[in-house]
Design a protein around this ligand. Structure first.
Ligand SMILES: Nc1ncnc2c1ncn2[C@@H]1O[C@H](COP(=O)(O)OP(=O)(O)OP(=O)(O)O)[C@@H](O)[C@H]1O
Length: 294
């Protein structure tokens, strides 16, 4: 069942005499329990869509429904943890104060908020820096405290705009593990990213956007299929007719295009040669992405 419905969003920005159509019929649905990646080139309309979903800006037309509630109704956001792109917080607050402040917005009592805040600060490696003002935090630390703040009220939906940009590899692993852990507990996650390996690592589905609309939805399995270009069939003996290449020892490989595998296997069988393994030959999701955008 769709938990979030984004229906035909249109948005034109006006800059003096110029107009720029940022969203041009953006429509998609987010299913309960999925991790959906929002992937698109610069200027595709990802942040604009997310801002409309969070009611930070309004669309010219179209609508967003979150669990059946219009996103312009504040009720819709009660159960959402949100992290904007380049978060900017009151930087005189300490990390701990930011979490307590965020908890108070959601009506969480002080004692419970404090317990949860310390738990999150510990998890995100910010315990030592908890009482330091945010203006003294590095970019990665601001991302970490931003993610912690998005989790303080234990939301069932997470909407994250480029959560991992600016993080070092350790931070990226920490964020991805946390997303996986939350998702296993039933949290639905929607996040935009430019980092294709991050999307491939954790998403159950990827939505590709270009020029203000969603152009393709690919499940994890479809990505696996689309990125396979052919196969290497590994055999234990080579004969001239098979045009094989030596790998090592008694192992040889025959290249097969994706749609020729059956024919290649039949030829190998007809020479009574043993098949040891079949390995897919992959191209990057990046290449698939560039082809789709073209
Ligand atoms: N407040 C604004 N005023 C004018 N134009 C804007 C405004 N916000 C966004 N735009 C324009 O709308 C288009 C879509 O921007 P948006 O930030 O949604 O893209 P994006 O997909 O998030 O890009 P990126 O990956 O670079 O963050 C861009 O061309 C951008 O310049």
């Amino acid at each position: 069942m769709a938990l979030i419905r984004v229906n035909s969003l249109e948005k034109t920005f006006r800059l003096k005499t110029k107009r720029f159509k940022a969203l041009n019929g953006m429509s998609f649905e987010i299913e309960q329990g999925e991790i959906l990646g929002f992937l698109g080139p610069n200027g595709a309309g990802k942040s604009t869509t997310i801002k409309i979903m969070m009611d930070l800006i309004r669309a010219d037309s179209g609508s967003v429904e979150i669990a059946g509630v219009d996103s312009r109704n504040p009720e819709a956001k009660k159960n959402i943890g949100f992290m904007p792109e380049n978060p900017q917080y009151f930087d005189t607050l300490t990390g701990f104060d930011l979490l307590i402040f965020t908890a108070s917005v959601f009506g969480i009592d002080k004692k419970q908020a404090s317990k949860k805040a310390w738990q999150l600060l510990e998890e995100f490696g910010l315990k030592e820096a908890a009482k330091r003002p945010i203006r003294k935090y590095s970019k990665g630390m601001i991302q970490r405290v931003g993610f912690a703040a998005a989790l303080i009220h234990e939301p069932q939906i997470l909407i994250l705009d480029e959560p991992m940009s600016g993080l070092d590899p350790i931070g990226r692993i920490l964020f991805k593990n946390k997303m996986k852990e939350l998702n296993e507990k039933g949290v639905t996650i929607f996040f935009s990213s430019h980092i294709i390996p991050d999307i491939e690592d954790i998403c159950s589905r990827v939505l590709i956007v270009n020029k203000g609309k969603a152009i393709k939805s690919l499940t994890r399995e479809e990505i696996k299929f689309m990125t396979t270009t052919g196969f290497n069939v590994i055999i234990d003996r080579c004969i001239d007719e098979l045009n094989c290449a030596k790998i090592s020892g008694n192992l040889y490989s025959i290249e097969s295009k994706k749609d020729e595998l059956i024919a290649v296997l039949k030829r190998i069988e007809s020479y009574n040669v043993k098949i040891v393994d079949i390995e897919p030959v992959k191209k990057d999701l990046e290449e698939v992405f560039v082809e789709l955008i073209k």
